[in-house]
Design a protein around this ligand. Sequence first.
Ligand SMILES: *Cc1c(COP(=O)(O)O)cnc(C)c1O
Length: 456
Amino acid sequence: MKDLNGWINEGQIMMAQREKKIKRAKSWKFDTVATHGLYDLQQALSSHSGSIMEPVYMSPAQAYSDCNEMEAALSYQIPTWCYSRIANPSTYFLEETIALLETYGSDIIASGLATSSGMSAIKTATDPFLVKDDKLPPPNIVSCAKVYGGTFQQFWIRRYQEQGIEVRWICDPGNLDEWLSKIDNGTRFVYGEFPSNPSLTIFDIESVAELAHSFSIPLIVDSTCATPAITRPLLFGADIVVHSASKAISSSGTSIAGLIVARKNIISKIGPDEMKADFASWAKLWPFRDNGPSIHPMAAIMTLNDMRSLRMMVDKMSQSALQIAEYLHNHPKIENVSYPGLPSFPQKKLADKYMHLVDSDRSAFGYMMLAEIKEQNPGESINTRNFYDGLDMIWRATDLGRVKTIATLNSISTHQQQGEEGRSLAGINPNAIRISVGIEHPDDIIADLEKGFSNI
Ligand SMILES: *Cc1c(COP(=O)(O)O)cnc(C)c1O
């Protein structure tokens, strides 16, 4: 029988093995990392009955062989999963893989944390910076105004209206002076989407990270619409990346899921040293344990299954999206198309700097665009609604990053609840339609868009 120290020694051996596997995965190409992560033959044979795919552990809890192992595990002195609200062996494989993908092409070491949704990832990633600290001025958040509707509401309703935390919106994220004018000693973190959903606004991650760090605060980036196949913000100085893994990361659409990836030693003027040293692992073991936003292990494995083909999916979607953006841009019934791949994109230089298909020399600008339909009078949406209702194959839904092409009329859906003022901050006009390009043949997508135009 092992005593407590015996178990702790065993735990150290397991941790050394994990380090070795991370090192091995760091030498692989992106698709190989996405396919294998840390799960290998040796682990399959020793612990998982030889299963070549990562098994789904539905069990809520883990058993221990004796009180010494339990004591070592529950004091977090050995790798353990204890209880599926905190950790789970299936979820572990997803978390390790996304941490590797977000740091791909660098020697940055990061940790991952999977959550029940993208919104809970954002909440879990931001909560720890908003805690009370009597030595600091009242907290404020500095964030791009052009963010996902749910994020806007989380910040504006939950953080500001309910909790009184000031939210300072950045209206022109390309303008570094605006960031500088809004950050002060009360700012706890800086937040932006890259690119923003649905307005496709981007910002200079490197400069904004540098600015945030000069105030000793972290930059948090929602990279849902780029995915690590295109942009990896940690490589440009961001501290934490959040994802709605409900989107392109799981493009075949089986689950709602969120992911957080934090590099080691984030910059923050608040929080314990353990938090700064390894934010995602700390968040998982402490606040996450108490708040309970964990993902279901089945959803974790389905997300992981889709994530293996992320690069190929994003490549195909991005190529088709560019073709469709060009078609729409030249269409007489279109007012404007925002897509980072178009020469007319106002932040084209930044897009070219940050958006490349990983492991290729090609640029890739993602699957999402915002198209504005020509109206007789500004502020109207008559033609827009006719176009939208004329679509046949393309789905009318509030979804994106899917293998199926989806169109969203944002002013009446994703951005309905934030009102006129909120929509104008977010740059959402009544004639704006977000198109998320899937993996169908682009000719068929264009033929369906024609049906929409012929209904105007
Ligand atoms: C969808 C989305 C979210 C929210 O994710 P859920 O998984 O739906 O909770 C957050 N950010 C962006 C950019 C999104 O597109």
